[in-house]
Design a protein around this ligand. Structure first.
Ligand code: CMP
Length: 140
């Protein structure tokens, strides 16, 4: 199986509750390696740009408010089948539907405050990594 990279965010609802380490540990225990990581406080412009695909959705304002309400830890994760693996350990977008043992089932508060984001496909992973990191910031 191919070694892949995926993009991950530990969202403000989680960083405010001091869960950065606990969430990263779950990713590492699943076999993913953190090859880039930084803590950012997004501007509205950055959050709107990152989530531009959702700009017509009714929850867009709420999403941008949440993402600019505190620090976010943006990360690049590397490992075998990293994109799918990360989505499996995150669990469903709505924590009410997330499987036992997943990050969202364990920590998320609601669909809006769902603690983590992860890329859903190779194309979005490449785009999202590039949005936050330069090549020299990724050290595998
Ligand atoms: P994420 O994986 O970061 O991708 C888009 C985000 O929009 C999603 O996680 C949720 O946090 C948020 N979201 C999706 N649907 C809703 C909704 N119905 N209400 C509020 N927020 C939502």
């Amino acid at each position: 199986m191919a070694i892949e990279r995926t993009f991950s965010m530990i969202k403000p609802d989680a960083t405010k509750r001091n869960l950065t380490g606990a969430i990263t540990k779950m990713m590492e225990e699943a076999g993913l390696r953190v090859v880039a990581s930084k803590r950012v406080w997004m501007s509205r412009r950055e959050a709107e740009g990152f989530y531009a695909v959702h700009k017509e959705r009714p929850f867009f304002g709420e999403l941008v408010d949440g993402m600019t309400s505190g620090p976010t830890v943006v990360q690049v994760l590397e490992g075998e089948n990293a994109i799918l693996k990360n989505r499996e350990i995150m669990g469903a977008t709505n924590p009410a539907q997330a499987a036992e043992g997943t990050i969202r089932k364990t920590f998320a508060l609601s669909i809006g405050e769902n603690s983590v984001h992860g890329s859903d496909a190779p194309e979005t992973a490449a785009q999202e990594i590039k949005y936050w990191f330069s090549d020299t910031e990724i050290v595998g």
